[in-house]
Design a protein around this ligand. Structure first.
Ligand code: GLU
Length: 525
């Protein structure tokens, strides 16, 4: 038997003359930090929804109580807020299709499980964990090292297909623990059109009879995802490729429960690859780059995993780099704002194969965005970072000027401290090694004389500071090039920063003179 489960519209329902409102969902399980692949899934959902004037829903899939982690849900919402990907509906934002936490929908799922049993598509299974273990031992062969609960095995187990109705009733009435399993059909080819992978087929006999309802009465992900996508009127389900192997189970459930009415169009997004295969949290620690959107502290182990935000990434850059990790618009353009992404994004340009994450390239995106954004946008982030170093710029206009002067040299937000800290505080250490080998009495005399001239200057402006310096150098017959490096080290501490006369101009007369004098005493020790 071959069934092709296709959707009545492809990609854009409007182009196909349908006027169904696009509704997409991000359905995280609150089990820990939010991986950048998760944020990319959010982003693609969000872009698609906004492009089609649709709605973006966040549903919390917390039916696995053994994996529940305190604080993980609010962390996810904080990450979305930081990225600016605001849901239209969620447990926090409300909406007409709630509750949006599966644990709060528990009672709803049982009736669907019972319908499946009554229609012969599912059954009660009473096997204990020991019996399941025994089954795995008994049926293990070289060709099949990990036997599954499937069409081959189910008739040898303790379930409502092998027990008679009376025994089943008695077991249930006596409070025996049971699960409900799907009865996978035999020899059926299930195929469907995935928006990224195109035609995908599965042989039903190779898929196990997955648990749908657990002994604690909670649905598993497989049942809950189908029921909720139906009840929440989801039109497109975009999720990570790791869920592709579950698609045949979900599609059959759609057929059995809802006659495929309104089944969403599926798209399974390619994996994000690290240096060795799928990018993992461990790769981050090993190679020194963030993998989570924001800092995450595991409440049990207290282990902190660094986030892109705290590493100094801008949300604009983070979204941009994620968007192009597995998608392009067909041109050479690499820098996209969120609005541009909304208008350019299309599922048919998402790549089929995994996308390799390159941290150097990620930093390049951040650098481009720092250059692109204005000082007013950057200043709260810079201020927060400088505050950590005990620098508290009081004058916003001054801070903005400094940001504009140094931002081209900053890749990550913490670079603003190295690149601009000396505008607010005299450098603690001077790179004397860079000066000493070529230091002369003539140079000391030059700077002493320069201090006098600076103090006499009635107009403190860039051209006077620079021309006085050059004139004095000419008078003393020293090349200005030989004096500029020591001057820079006096003001900044090292061999970096924007034009040295700009720095003197900004820090002011008294500070410039005082730094020169202090440096002279150190150089002449
Ligand atoms: N709860 C699943 C997860 O944590 C969602 C998969 C889906 O979107 O269907 O990834």
């Amino acid at each position: 038997i071959y069934t092709h489960y296709d959707r009545h519209f492809k990609v854009d329902p409007y182009l196909c003359g349908m006027n169904t409102k696009v509704r997409v969902r991000f359905a995280p399980s609150p089990t820990g930090g939010l991986h950048l692949g998760g944020v990319r899934t959010v982003l693609y959902n969000y872009l698609f929804a906004k492009k089609h004037g649709g709605e973006f829903i966040v549903r919390i899939e917390d039916t696995d109580q053994t994996r529940f982690v305190e604080g993980a849900e609010s962390y996810i919402f904080n990450c979305l807020e930081w990225c600016g990907l605001v849901p239209d509906e969620s447990p926090i934002h409300g909406g007409d299709y709630g509750p949006y936490r599966q644990s709060e929908r528990k009672a709803m799922y049982r009736e669907y499980a019972e319908k499946l049993i009554n229609d012969g598509h599912a059954y009660y299974a009473f096997d204990t964990p020991e019996e399941l273990e025994q089954m795995r031992m008994n049926f293990k062969t070289e060709a099949n090292p990990s036997p599954q609960y499937d069409g081959q095995i189910r008739m040898k187990m303790k379930n409502s297909l092998t027990l008679d109705a009376g025994e089943v009733k008695q077991l249930i009435d006596s409070g025996a623990r049971y699960v409900v399993r799907i009865k996978m059909p035999e020899n059926k080819t299930i195929s469907f059109t995935d928006l990224i992978h195109e035609e995908v087929s599965f042989e039903s006999s190779l898929v196990d009879d997955k648990v749908l309802l657990k002994a604690d009465g909670m649905p598993t992900y497989h049942l809950a995802v189908v029921v909720d996508d139906y009840l929440m009127k989801i039109t497109h389900a975009f999720r990570g490729e790791e869920w592709l192997s579950s698609a045949p189970v979900h599609i059959l459930l759609w057929e059995y429960l809802f006659g495929l009415q309104h089944m969403p169009q599926w798209a399974h997004l390619p994996l994000i690859l690290g240096p060795n295969g799928k990018l993992s949290k461990r790769d981050g620690a090993k190679f020194g780059f963030p993998v989570f959107a924001m800092n995450w502290t595991d409440p049990k182990s207290n282990e902190l995993t660094e986030g892109f935000k705290e590493k100094g990434f801008l949300p604009e850059a983070f979204l941009n780099l994620l968007a192009v990790l597995g998608w392009n618009d067909g041109t050479e353009q690499e820098i996209f704002s969120l609005d541009e992404l909304i208008s350019r994004f299309s599922m048919d340009r998402v790549h089929k194969s995994g996308a390799k994450f390159d941290f150097e390239k990620a930093k390049w995106f951040n650098h481009e965005w720092i250059k692109k954004l204005d000082a007013v946008r950057l200043s709260p982030l810079v201020k927060n970072h400088l505050a950590l170093k005990d620098i508290h710029p009081a004058d916003d206009a001054f801070l903005h000027t400094v940001i504009d002067l140094v931002k081209d040299r900053c890749t990550l937000i913490p670079d603003f401290y190295e690149q601009s800290g000396y505008f607010f505080k005299a450098p603690g250490v001077l790179d004397t090694e860079a000066v000493k080998p070529k230091w002369t009495t003539a140079k000391t005399e030059f700077f002493e004389a320069y201090c006098v001239l600076l103090q006499e200057m009635s107009n403190w402006d860039l051209s006077s500071i620079e021309s006085t310096f050059k004139q004095l150098a000419a008078d003393k017959n020293i090349k200005p090039g030989e004096l500029q490096l020591p001057f820079r080290i006096m003001l900044v501490g090292g061999k970096f920063g924007p034009a040295v006369f700009d720095i003197a101009n900004l820090i002011g007369k008294d500070e410039t003179v005082s730094r020169i004098k202090k440096a002279l005493s150190i150089f002449n020790q």
